[in-house]
Design a binder for this molecule. Sequence first.
Ligand code: PRP
Ligand code: URA
Length: 210
Amino acid sequence: MGKLEVMNHPLIQHKLTIIRDKNCGTREFREVTNEIARLLAFEASRNLPMEDVEIETPMGKTTAKQLAGKKLAVVPILRAGIGMVDGMLDLIPAAKVGHIGMFRDEGTFEPHEYFVKLPSDIDQRQIFVVDPMLATGGSAIMAIDALKRRGALPENIKFVCLVAAPEGVKALQDAHPDVDIIAAALDDHLENGYIFPGLGDAGDRLFGTK
Ligand code: PRP
Ligand code: URA
């Protein structure tokens, strides 16, 4: 079963409260979403492989740790996932960025894939799939299906979101038990396809389209 990690760190919870507020405007929503993504990237990158390196400090020789150079990819689910990319790249600037376009049918909430463009060596990369919202889980499940079909290794995929609904967590864990989930918050329930209390439509709030 994929692990669910809810990052109830004070800085993250404070920032999340700012963007949950319906009076938070587009500019602030965008800025704070990226700030939260940066903090989530810190946790998401916790298990990156390390290696020893011999260095000399001003005091003498020593063995120290450095990243072993695992190739990384950040893969936003369009559109709203784009709002987390810069924050992730602040911490892992060498990562390549793939895109998966997905929209939910407004009546059935079924996801539809409309675009996939990934780094050609996706099978060798540690992948962070990013999307602010995990609601029914349909979009995340379909995005991870698309990645696996193109050779991504299940153990190399993590799903990183701001707000998750219990229903979406269960659906994603059932469909992809090999994928860990990192969320800033686990909310109460889904209401007509939307997360309650949630933050509304993340794409519309990020891009000012409503
Ligand atoms: C939103 C959100 C997720 C999806 C979550 O995207 O960004 O991708 O819904 O819902 P689910 O877990 O029920 O699939 P939406 O389809 O509204 O598209 P957008 O990002 O273009 O606004
Ligand atoms: N997509 C969103 O943007 N918000 C929700 O609450 C659910 C799906």
